[in-house]
Ligand binder design. Structure first.
Ligand code: FES
Ligand SMILES: [Fe+2]
Length: 316
């Protein structure tokens, strides 16, 4: 395996910082379908407790979980119309944290929240420097989300896995047909490009081999805890957006999977999800329980670890 590393701004990286547990930026905290109108859902982000809620008209809010009045936990709150109603004294909060029809309570702290691809993204950090990571021509794709998976490993282990080229053959039954290339395009993402062919004989392997005419061109963008994968199968393109949410001792992995809109979109997007999931399930099995070592002689792994260390972080 050969891997070419091109660095556009290598000098901007900070090589010796520890890996960040909580880089600033976007996190996938739920699927949109888990927060239906009227729903209230508790999520944890960087040691903080938040509540997501959706108003009856479909707006989504993310607020600090503890009511600014006397601290009741808002997971017990209910949604009435366009407001979240605290159960203890019934102050009402809008999705922006403002107090509805009262001046006797401070506003609640609202977090920046967005929905894309059927996933809910919350921004860690008050200053939003970049939009939600998005594949090319994402609006031309139809999307389906997968059930989140808990993996007993750090999110770093999951992210590094995507840049560990030698494991492609061992775990995924894929062989590179030309050298992989890692490109540092800017401070926000690390890009990996490779073309592989299928060498496995499982059902998903055989289907992928047939669909892709045995040439799968992959472009992978790692933004930290969000990874965007684009595949070119010749006759069509697919994409996946993966979110790695640190969770207890492990990571909660959310995924959305897209394919170009067209005939039989519903069927094709479910097939896309199944193929991506079959690929990822092989990683979940072997990464589970991993205690990541980053001092290996592998250029892809080294490049990703250096990139992760350079990310601005909430933890210090
Ligand atoms: S604690 Fe929420 S309204 Fe009083
Ligand atoms: Fe993998």
């Amino acid at each position: 395996m050969t891997l070419a590393l091109r660095t556009a701004r290598e000098s901007t990286l900070v090589p010796l910082a520890p890996l960040p547990q909580w880089p600033l930026g976007w996190y996938v905290v739920a699927r949109s379908s888990e927060v239906r109108p009227g729903a209230v859902r508790e999520v944890a982000l960087a040691g903080q407790s938040l509540v997501l809620f959706r108003t009856r008209t479909g707006q989504l809010g993310a607020l600090d979980a503890f009511c600014p009045h006397m601290g009741a936990h808002l997971r017990h709150a209910t949604v009435q119309g366009d407001a979240l109603v605290c159960p203890l004294h019934r102050f009402r909060f809008g999705v922006d944290g403002s107090v509805v029809a009262s001046s006797r309570c401070e506003r609640a702290r609202a977090h920046v929240v967005e929905e894309r691809f059927g996933l809910v993204f919350v921004h860690l950090g008050d200053v939003v420097r970049a939009s939600v990571p998005t594949p090319e021509a994402a609006d031309e794709l139809v999307w389906a989300t997968g059930a989140p998976v808990h993996v007993d490993a750090s999110w770093h282990a999951m992210a590094v896995n995507g840049f560990d080229m030698p494991h492609l053959a061992a775990v995924h039954q894929r062989r590179l047909v030309e050298p992989a290339e890692v490109v540092i395009e800017d401070r926000e993402r690390l890009v990996l490009r490779y073309t592989s062919r299928v060498i496995g004989s499982g059902l998903s392997d055989r289907l992928m081999k047939w669909l892709a005419r045995d040439r799968i061109r992959v472009t992978q963008h790692c933004y930290g805890t969000i990874v965007v994968v684009q595949t070119d199968l010749g006759f069509t393109r697919t994409a996946a957006v993966l979110g790695l949410l640190p969770c207890g001792d492990g990571v909660r992995a959310h995924g959305a999977f897209g394919i170009r809109r067209g005939l039989f979109s519903g069927l094709r997007v479910r097939l896309t999800r199944w193929l991506f999931t079959a690929f990822l399930r092989r990683d979940f099995g072997v990464v589970s329980g991993m205690l990541l070592r980053t001092d290996v002689e592998d250029e892809g792994v080294r490049a990703l670890v250096t990139f992760l260390r350079s990310l601005p972080r909430a933890d210090s």
